[in-house]
Design a binder for this molecule. Structure first.
Ligand code: CP
Length: 314
């Protein structure tokens, strides 16, 4: 049985497959807890968790907060707009002040790649990366892997398309690590400007024709165009993007009947995915959100010294 020895969770690149599956198996036990009438366990009683979000978030921020509360931790959420960041205080000084208040965890979302690593090297508290620029979003990669495993039973050999803005996507990078370490065959699809050839070095395939690869796919993961991170227009028009890379109803006809449609959110309905498909029977988009709480409980619990799912079975 793998044991957990890390202080921080910064990236999936650095995790072994055994560590990833320890998180997934622990999350499965927590998902069972979340279905009980009393959805709370005492694992983190007396611990303090700070949600430090310097970029907007709905799903990640709220699910980390719920996860920490379900584990009986004290939780404080801090947003940059109402903090001394507005007065020019640096990330390092902010974090050192939180450390001076003896917090146990800092969950950080930041626009700069490497921000979570920077804090992890300087603070005693556990640092959890909740998305750093275009680098990684490890708990998103984990909840996506959990969702696929729950629906398909096994990841090994599955054909997974990740379609859209790969270049600027931390979700794509974390999913590439999670899926390839688990034996999936990953194909990246999108405009050439957003899917650079050098991603092949990560052990994935690249294809610029979505229609060619769609019929064999077991999972289609659609990514949002990250206008906030693009410094120039990367494709001619939204209409052209939809005609080539949108999962439209017409295109969906080519898919396997049991294909999973995934999206990390927020969705641009009618752009990366047709609105009815996003709400349809093949979509697991809201299951991803539900599973995010169990995954984040597992991460908090393991970083706090939890041994694994065997401790949670009662
Ligand atoms: N998937 C995701 O990271 O969503 P939020 O930006 O709302 O947290």
């Amino acid at each position: 049985m793998t044991s957990w020895t890390r202080k921080d969770l910064v990236s999936l690149r650095e995790l072994s497959s055994a560590e990833i599956y320890l998180i997934l198996d622990t999350a499965r036990a927590f998902k069972e807890v979340l279905n009980r009438p009393i959805k709370k366990v005492p694992s983190l009683r007396g611990k303090t968790v700070v949600n430090l979000f310097v970029e907007p978030s709905t799903r990640t921020r709220i699910s980390f907060e719920l996860a920490a509360k379900r584990l009986s931790a004290d939780v404080v959420s801090m947003e940059s707009e109402s903090s001394s960041f507005k007065k020019g205080e640096t990330l390092k000084d902010t974090a050192l002040n939180l450390q001076a208040m003896n917090v146990d965890y800092i969950i950080l979302r930041h626009s700069a790649a490497g921000a979570a690593q920077f804090l992890s090297e300087r603070l005693k508290a556990s640092i959890i990366n909740a998305g750093d620029g275009a680098h990684e979003h490890p708990t998103q990669g984990l909840l996506d892997l959990f969702t696929i495993r729950e629906r398909k039973g096994n990841i090994q050999g599955l054909k997974v398309i990740i379609c859209g803005d790969i270049l600027f996507s931390r979700v794509a990078r974390s999913n590439i690590w999670a899926l390839t370490k688990s034996g999936a065959e990953v194909t990246l699809v999108g405009p050439k400007t957003l899917v650079p050839e050098d991603f092949r070095g990560l052990g994935v395939k690249i294809e610029y024709d979505l229609d060619k690869v769609l019929p064999a796919a077991d999972v289609v993961m659609l990514l949002r165009i990250q206008h906030e991170r693009q410094r120039q227009v990367m494709f001619p028009s939204v209409g052209e993007y939809i005609s080539l890379f949108g999962l439209t109803k017409n295109r969906f006809q080519k898919c396997k009947s049991d294909v999973l449609i995934m999206h990390p959110g927020p969705i641009n309905r009618g752009v990366e995915v047709d609105s009815e498909l996003a709400d349809g029977l093949n979509s697991v988009i809201l299951e991803q959100v539900t599973n995010g709480i169990a995954i984040r409980m597992a991460v908090l619990y393991l970083l706090g010294g939890g041994k694994g799912p065997q401790e949670l079975v009662s």
